[in-house]
Design a protein around this ligand. Structure first.
Ligand SMILES: [Zn+2]
Length: 116
């Protein structure tokens, strides 16, 4: 999942720094992030081969043809709803390798379910 523009990215990271300064405890532990990914993988019915978390410059996440998912460790500083969006997006690529109508339909329905 692409990070949009450098400007948005810069704005976001500034905002994060600003938001986190007084309340560092809002950082989500990596173990929680991994369990979020596993929970969604089960729900969607996919089995990622490997889940990695590391700093990424241009993307929030990526998936390899072999089913290895990599997530930007900066996601640990993001709100739960945004993490969910990135996690569901990337896991869905294990089913649908593009961003076509089927992909968008599934993404929207999973995210809508999560909102309830
Ligand atoms: Zn994508």
């Amino acid at each position: 999942m692409q990070k949009r523009t450098l400007i948005q990215q810069a704005a976001r990271s500034k905002k994060i720094k600003h938001d986190l300064a007084p309340r560092m405890e809002e950082l989500v532990p990596a173990s929680i992030f991994h369990s979020e990914v596993h929970t969604w993988a089960k729900r969607i019915g996919v089995a990622p081969k490997e889940i990695r978390l590391r700093p990424m410059k241009r993307k929030w996440a990526s998936c390899s043809i072999r089913g290895r998912l990599t997530f930007d460790s900066a996601l640990l500083h993001e709100p739960a709803a945004f993490r969910r969006e990135v996690i569901v997006h990337e896991l869905l690529h294990l089913k649908v390798p593009n961003h076509g109508k089927v992909f968008k339909g599934l993404l929207n329905s999973y995210l809508a379910q999560a909102a309830h």
